[in-house]
Design a binder for this molecule. Structure first.
Ligand code: GLN
Length: 391
């Protein structure tokens, strides 16, 4: 990509996100968009109605900086109800403009210029950009296929004297990995040993399958005091465009994040804050039902991708499944995804964009299954036709 002369050096190469690029290709080729992770069905009517009611009730001006008390209380109740984690809504809960802002504010607030942030690769794209914005250096530890496990000694050796933050994402985008309790224990041990802050991105906390349970790292001994736990209403309630996220942390740590956050957006989404509060209070049946629905879609798409010729990797959570393209006789996922919309009218995302080690991610592409069954069917039908033509 050519350098933009107006852009500062540390943002060169960040260009346009892969999601924007691929969604634009989807529109251009009228393709089935299994790229950018966004559902094609709205979330619960109760939540949508609560947003409309909040607008009519006049919740249309700036909410308080840390978020409307109704939502902060709902977030604290949610953390207690699902994880037995106690946060005081007065000074341990912060509402943000999506998880994206919470992540950015957490890094900007806690890292000096030149500090290091350790993260696992593949990593969600905003992490690299956020580190660049904050003038910090990322150090990556690779999650290795087929189970996307990591070596504890590699994690240990990624930590240096300037490491300030360990940025974790579970359930994990793009792989669908859910970190096991043992893996979390290793991460916690390293964080405590090196006195690191853990920024834990848990936006897919409710999208876990096959009877697994999401475990916030803040629940491990010695971790609550050093962890900023981040989530968002976007995925849980299928309203990704509302951008209501949040962070939970002890008062001083959260206060630091709040200071950075107030100069990013100050506040956002007043009526949606009320609606997400209503969503968080929904009965367990909603959360379980939604995960079961997505699990069925995962199975449906994974089986379809196999029949189209992909080697599909297991996905334990999120909206996503990763597939290996080597059975098609190619290994360049970026090239594959750039040509796929024109070749067969389907959009996927190349996992290489989530890696520093491009070669390691190259043969893998990510498909989302948060679409209606008939859309998944049509995507698979088109991919099969391509697979048959290329054999
Ligand atoms: N998180 C979504 C994904 O991984 C995309 C969000 C975005 O477009 N920035 O597909």
């Amino acid at each position: 990509m050519a350098n933009n002369p107006f852009l500062v050096d540390r943002l060169q190469g960040l260009g346009t996100t892969i999601f924007a690029e691929m969604s634009a290709l989807a529109v251009k080729h009228d393709a089935v968009n299994l790229g950018q992770g966004m559902p094609d069905t709205d979330g619960p009517a109760l939540v949508a109605d609560a947003a409309i009611e909040a607008i009519r009730a006049g919740h249309n001006q700036y909410p308080p900086l840390p978020g409307h008390p109704v939502l902060r209380e709902a977030i604290a109740d949610h953390q207690r109800r699902f994880y037995d984690l106690a946060y005081d809504p007065a000074d341990e809960v912060l509402v943000t403009a999506g998880a994206t802002e919470a992540i950015a504010a957490a890094i900007l607030a806690t890292c000096e210029s030149g500090d290091e942030v350790v993260m696992f690769e593949p990593y969600y794209d905003s992490y690299a950009a956020t580190c660049a914005l904050a003038d910090t250096t990322r150090r990556v530890v690779q999650l290795r296929t087929p189970d996307y496990s990591f070596a504890a000694d590699e994690l240990r050796s990624a930590i240096g004297p300037r490491t300030r933050v360990l940025l974790l994402n579970t359930p994990h985008n793009p792989t669908g990995k859910v970190f096991s309790p043992d893996e979390l224990a290793v991460i916690a041990e390293v964080a405590i040993e090196h006195d690191l802050i853990v920024v834990s991105d848990e936006v897919y906390e409710h999208l876990v399958f096959d009877g697994r349970r999401h475990v916030p790292i803040a629940t491990l001994p010695g971790m609550r005091e050093r962890t900023v736990t981040i989530s968002s209403g976007g995925k849980t309630f299928s309203f990704t465009g509302w951008k209501i996220g949040w962070a939970c942390a002890p008062p001083e740590l959260l206060g630091a994040v709040r200071t950075a956050k107030q100069y990013l957006t100050f506040v956002n989404g007043a009526p949606f804050q009320h609606a997400i509060a209503a969503g968080l209070a929904m009965p367990d049946a909603f959360f379980e039902g939604f995960a079961a629905e997505l699990q069925a879609k995962r199975d449906h798409l994974s089986a379809g991708l196999e029949t189209a010729g992909f080697a599909v990797l297991p996905s334990a959570g999120t909206y996503f499944v990763t597939a290996d393209i080597t059975p098609f006789g190619v290994t360049d996922g970026l090239d594959f995804c750039r040509s796929l919309p024109e070749r067969c009218g389907v959009v996927a995302v190349p996992n290489a964009v989530f890696y520093d080690d491009k070669a390691a991610g190259s043969p893998f592409v990510r498909f989302n299954f948060c679409k209606r069954s008939e859309v998944l069917d049509e995507g698979v039908r088109r991919l099969r036709a391509m697979g048959e033509a290329s054999r």
